[in-house]
Design a protein. Structure first.
Length: 170
């Protein structure tokens, strides 16, 4: 059964600590990629929503995780849709060059979790999921691409409600 059939979408948060301020010329190649990558995400099959700052096309001005930390919070119809965008599109160029622009994270910097279809996660919710992953490791409540859980497993754990009449059996 697909994630959407379970009444679930996949939320993801990733955080990145800037090596230099966004207006520094060394970060310019990253800044130049923002609009095309965000436009590509918006048009990708399976994309649902992304966080943007008020009056902005991206979320780089929001700093809820620290002064030098940028956040990317999105919602996808499935884990496969997010994976395809992340690793099988022009976004991969930014992933490959991330060390040019961002400090290496010792702790987890990406978290995934299932949400009910129609729910828009708050930044606070996303940061709580990341903190949970950092504290407890991957669970149905907060996981990664390499240690993932299905919507049914998350529902059985109480992390995402299923539609009426559905069961949590995988």
């Amino acid at each position: 059964m697909t994630a959407a059939a379970h009444g679930a979408h996949l939320a993801q948060l990733n955080v990145a600590t800037l090596r230099h301020p966004l207006d520094d010329p060394r970060i310019a190649p990253f800044v130049d990629l923002l609009d095309p990558i965000n436009a590509a995400a918006d048009g990708t099959p399976g994309f649902v929503w992304r966080l943007v700052g008020e009056g902005s096309d991206d979320a780089t001005a929001l700093r809820p995780a620290g002064e030098n930390v940028i956040v990317n919070l999105t919602v996808w119809e499935s884990q496969e849709a997010l994976w395809d965008f992340t690793y099988r599109s022009g976004h991969l160029e930014a992933v490959r060059r991330r060390r040019d622009w961002f400090a290496r994270h010792v702790e987890a910097h990406l978290v995934l979790w299932w949400i009910p279809v129609g729910h828009i996660p708050s930044v606070a919710e996303a940061l709580e999921r990341l903190a949970g992953l950092r504290t407890h490791g991957p669970t149905p409540h907060a996981f990664t691409f390499t240690s993932s859980y299905t919507p049914a497993e998350a529902a059985a754990h109480g992390s995402v409600p299923l539609p009426a009449g559905d069961t949590a059996a995988p």
